[in-house]
Design a protein around this ligand. Structure first.
Ligand SMILES: [Zn+2]
Length: 128
């Protein structure tokens, strides 16, 4: 039951995820059942890449929408699925809490990223 309530509360982020997927030029789509997520293969994060610190971005998750870019690596999907579970645990407010973590601790020490890297065994690459 909670899963459905969380899903509805996450609808604004899901809508943003759909827009991100469309803008990034989708080339393929599949479904993850647990956690429930739409996994969209995209052509380019061109709109994000021109930001100097964001060049190496491999995947982006908004709510239950995961976008996998052309640079995606082994276990990146598992990493993004952890972010979907974080949205389920903290519906509606997760992106705000994530943003505050980044602001105060930086990306590398963001506890949500640390959880995702640890559980998925995905690889952090520093592009700075
Ligand atoms: Zn992450």
């Amino acid at each position: 039951m909670w899963k459905y309530v969380a899903f509805i509360l996450n609808l604004p982020w899901i809508l943003i995820g759909v827009i991100v997927a469309i803008v990034s030029i989708p080339t393929g789509i599949k479904l993850s059942v647990d956690p429930f997520a739409l996994v969209v293969q995209v052509k380019s994060f061109w709109w994000y890449n021109f930001l100097p610190s964001k060049k190496g971005v491999r995947a982006i998750t908004n709510g239950h929408i995961i976008c996998l870019g052309p640079l995606v690596e082994k276990n990146d999907l598992e990493h993004e699925l952890i972010h979907v579970k974080q949205h389920q645990r903290q519906p509606l407010m997760h992106p705000l809490l994530y943003f505050l973590e980044n602001l105060f601790h930086g990306y590398e020490n963001n506890k949500y990223e640390q959880e995702a890297y640890l559980k998925s065994k995905s690889r952090y690459i520093d592009h700075a």
